[in-house]
Design a protein around this ligand. Structure first.
Ligand code: UGA
Length: 439
């Protein structure tokens, strides 16, 4: 099947590459010439394990190509996916749909009759019907006779595990309002049925809500365990044991119960904020989601106090080694990372901050002014008063703690991801604080 993918951001690129690996013929289109040139040369603009190898394999097989020319990309395509960005609109928290509707309007001039226009971007309820309206309006303006279908196909992949999530999803959700669209969506995902991934066919609106509800639920789960962690710290419990104990209940499940410095990334903050706005617009306030957003924002700021406590109350004149600044491991993404709240507060308080991150420097240099960048944890900790573990990269999971400590002038260790066993860190001579554990 021939498919066009509009937008080579995270979701568009991963989806396009994976669809080509299914055996479909994929043309990815983007307006950014430099990006398209990079991709054509086999380069991958984002860090995602396994993506570069899969991209090159499918380009070589002649199933995957890149262009800036929309008309060329959609010619002969049975499905055209819109996977452009839907950032949070400045000022009101809504998802900004400018790029989605602009793509829909441009498509009206170039799609073949019978094409299914599929939205993969995360979009508020009603957007797919609006996409259909925008295309129909433009067709009427130009007098072009071109029947088409729409479908909603939200994506649930996680950065850092994107290929695995795409190839072995828990489910695929397709919102449609015609049998023709349903058939095309089933054909696209047929290769996954060999892996027994269920394809759920639903209405356009349900598919749109599923995406927001899933992300908001996961954000709520994290925020819940973070609050339980706070309680553990006060009363002497261990949040890891509590998470394990509740997670063994099949109704709760063990995943997304790791307490930490608060969720970040390109999805949870944006989608919780958009869902809260959607609720307000329809007079159905999403009170739980609104609280989750507020609790999470405050949490990131409170993490600064945790570090300051370790430093005797003030950052001024102290040196802090920060291990990890991306919002999670296996990505170079810094969007809404807790580090963007915590590191500037420490720098602003007069601390000298040395940062190390396996992939974060490229984006992080501009976002974290006033810090120095080091090659590894040991170099960052040289002469430091405290180590602050912010992102649980594998590189930071098995540090030689005695070696780390030997290079430092102080003995603080704040582990905001609960990577270490408190006994081991204390044994290496550190004063250790973590999350939700009476250390
Ligand atoms: C998230 C969802 O997990 C995906 O299913 C969804 O497709 C994606 O958003 C999206 O909407 O595109 P992602 O943002 O890549 O994926 O990353 P997650 O692994 O979900 O982590 C998000 C944040 O939650 C990170 O800051 C992470 O450190 C934090 N987190 C996650 C915790 O603090 N504790 C946990 O137990 C899990």
């Amino acid at each position: 099947m021939r498919i066009a993918m509009i937008g080579t951001g995270y979701v568009g690129l991963v989806s396009g590459v994976c669809f080509s690996d299914f055996g479909h013929e994929i043309v990815c289109v983007d307006k950014l010439t430099a990006k398209v040139e990079t991709l054509r040369a086999g380069g991958v603009p984002i860090y995602e394990p396994g993506l570069d190898e899969m991209l090159r394999r499918n380009v070589e097989a002649g199933r995957l190509s890149f262009t800036t020319d929309l008309a060329e990309a959609v010619k002969g395509a049975q499905a055209v996916f819109i996977a452009v960005g839907t950032p949070t609109r400045r000022g009101d928290g809504h998802a900004d749909l400018t790029y989605v509707y602009a793509a829909a309007r441009e498509l009206a001039d170039v799609i073949d009759p019978g094409t299914v226009v599929v939205t993969k971007s995360t979009v508020p309820v009603g957007t797919n019907r609006e996409v259909a309206r925008v295309i129909a309006e433009r067709l009427a303006e130009t007098g072009r006779d071109c029947p088409f279908e729409v479908a909603s196909n939200p994506e649930f992949l996680r950065e850092g595990a994107a290929i695995e999530d795409f190839m072995r999803p828990d489910r695929v959700v397709c919102g449609v309002d015609s049998e023709a669209a349903e058939q095309v969506m089933r054909d696209i995902y047929r290769p996954l049925s060999l892996r027994e991934a269920p394809v759920m066919i639903t209405s356009l609106e349900s598919a749109e809500i599923i995406k927001y509800a899933a992300n908001a639920f996961l954000a709520t789960k994290i925020t819940f365990i973070n609050e339980i962690a706070d309680l553990c710290e006060k009363v002497g419990g261990d949040v890891k044991a509590v998470a394990k104990g509740i997670g063994m209940d099949g109704r709760i499940g063990p995943k997304f119960l790791h307490a930490g410095p608060g969720y970040g990334g390109s999805c949870f903050p944006k989608d919780t904020s958009a869902l809260a706005r959607i609720g307000q617009d329809h007079s159905v306030p999403m009170r739980i989601v609104e609280t989750v957003i507020d609790v999470n924002d405050r949490r990131k700021r409170r993490m600064v106090d945790k570090v300051l406590d370790l430093l005797g109350g003030k950052a001024n004149g102290k040196k802090i080694a920060v291990l990890g600044v991306t919002f999670k491991p296996e990505t170079d993404d810094m969007r809404d990372s807790p580090s963007l709240t915590i590191v500037p507060a420490l720098v602003g308080g007069g601390a000298q901050v040395a940062v190390t991150d396996p992939e974060g420097r490229k984006e992080g240099e501009a976002l974290l002014p006033g810090v120095t960048w080091e090659a590894d944890a040991y170099a960052a900790a040289e002469g430091a008063d405290a180590v602050l573990l912010l992102t649980e990269w594998n590189q930071f999971r098995a540090l030689d703690l005695k070696r780390l400590k030997a290079g430092m002038r102080g003995d603080g260790f704040a582990d905001l991801r609960n990577v270490y066993d408190p006994a081991d860190v204390t044994e290496a001579g550190f004063r250790y604080v973590s999350i939700g554990r009476a250390d």
